[in-house]
Design a protein around this ligand. Structure first.
Ligand SMILES: C[S@@+](CC[C@H](N)C(=O)[O-])C[C@H]1O[C@@H](n2cnc3c(N)ncnc32)[C@H](O)[C@@H]1O
Length: 232
């Protein structure tokens, strides 16, 4: 387990405190539609931090060719129909490129700046000419509107119980997933990034925002900063 990260509850827990069983149970939302609308049909997608394949499977169903990367072998064991690679995102170097690199699940908000830099460099390293990086950021009130809960129609509740500063602009976030038969918790480190800080982080990696895909600016399409093609 990474320092500052912890998970409790039945089954395997990843180094960042995620419970494999929780991700196997969480339904997929509108993410695959947002992704599909932002890229060309049938694109080759490198999905970083795929977990059990919650989004992978929906993308495969939409005709994308997905390579799923995660540092947790227990998560990847649940992925069906996609090539899987067990590695840390920040160190990944496959020696090949993709039309789309996907960095979802707020991974860009990791507390460790060096890990974030490594992740964004990985995105750039694996980008084919003319390709794009799709990033999912935290919503604006993610660190402020606490405690909060969302009762899912599928029969479980997700709670963000606390968000406590731990120094250097990083917060410790404590979350709880309550299902009828079991409860899981996750504690993790997250760094809030304003729009400007986020765009600076992209710039450092040689990327720029092409466009925000959703009104809340959570989903972003980024391209290499030196990519002078007409914006899509
Ligand atoms: C919050 S889960 C989300 C999984 C999936 N994207 C989804 O939406 O269902 C984050 C996943 O990223 C993986 N992960 C986190 N940091 C990672 C890193 N530095 N390298 C590789 N995998 C990482 C974890 O093992 C976990 O499976």
């Amino acid at each position: 387990m990474r320092e500052g990260y912890e998970g409790t509850g039945p089954g395997a827990i990843t180094p960042d405190g995620c419970a494999v069983e929780v991700y196997a149970r969480l339904p997929v939302g509108d993410e695959p539609d947002i992704i599909a609308a932002a890229v060309q049909a049938g694109a080759r997608v490198l999905e970083l931090g795929s977990g059990v394949g919650r989004m992978t499977h929906a993308l495969l169903e939409r005709g994308f060719d997905v390579t799923a990367v995660d540092e947790s072998a227990e998560m990847l064991e649940r992925v069906r129909g996609a090539r899987t690679i067990c590695d840390s995102i920040e160190k990944l170097d496959l020696g090949e490129t993709f039309d789309v690199v996907l960095l979802a699940s707020f991974l860009v908000h990791t507390g460790d700046v060096e890990v974030r830099r490594g992740m964004l460099r990985t995105c750039v390293r694996h980008l084919a000419k003319g390709g794009c990086v799709l990033i999912q950021r935290e919503g604006e009130d993610y660190h402020r509107d606490v405690p909060r809960e969302r009762v899912d129609p599928a029969g479980f509740t997700v709670r963000i119980l606390s968000v406590e500063p731990v120094g250097d602009g990083v917060d410790s976030v404590h979350a709880e997933y309550v299902f009828p038969d079991a409860v899981w918790t996750q504690t993790f480190r997250a760094r809030p990034l304003t729009k400007q800080q986020f765009e600076e982080a992209l710039g450092e990696a040689g990327l720029r925002v092409d466009r925000y895909l959703t009104e809340d600016r959570v989903w972003v399409r980024a391209v290499p900063a030196d990519d002078d093609r007409t914006r899509k």
